[in-house]
Unconditional design. Structure first.
Length: 160
């Protein structure tokens, strides 16, 4: 595993093998082989473009759902996290330390659609004891990529 290669791909997955090889000081053949091995082992799980969806589709809504759950004996949080991760509306699931157990990022077409999903699907799962939904109003940076350009905040300026 070459962390330099991973960092370069994480920053720009479209970087050519030749460019990566130059930066890390390996041959193109060795670099390509190393990337292929990391893909095969599952260390590299995929390549994805970071899209500013708010610029494309202002109708989509994202929410962060905080879940408190009672884990089942012998399974811990794994079973519930895997169940939640299977829903197509769910973008990510994280096990957290602190006040709540799972952080779930959900995407939908409207506030109502996300709220219905949480009420009818997530909160009805046996192990879920409470939910708190926080709607994302604007994304400024995602996956280390700044979004949104130079839009001004419509609330105006404030200074003391």
């Amino acid at each position: 595993m070459n962390k330099k290669i991973l960092k370069l791909l994480n920053k720009d997955a479209r970087m050519t093998v030749a460019d990566i090889a130059t930066v890390v000081g390996l041959s193109e053949e060795d670099t390509a082989k190393e990337i292929k091995e990391m893909e095969k082992s599952g260390l590299i799980r995929g390549y994805k473009a970071v899209i500013d969806w708010e610029s494309v589709d202002s109708a989509s809504v994202s929410a962060i759902i905080e879940l408190q759950v009672t884990p089942k004996a012998g399974y811990g949080f794994e079973e519930i996290a895997e169940k939640i991760a299977k829903y197509p509306q769910v973008e990510s699931v994280y096990l957290m330390s602190g006040v709540y157990d799972l952080n779930v990022v959900v995407k939908g077409n409207s506030f109502q659609e996300v709220a219905q999903f949480v009420a009818k699907e997530i909160s009805t799962i046996d192990s879920v004891t409470s939910t708190a939904t926080h709607f994302v109003l604007r994304r400024y940076k995602e996956f280390n990529v700044e979004l949104g350009g130079n839009d001004t905040d419509e609330r105006g300026n404030f200074s003391l």
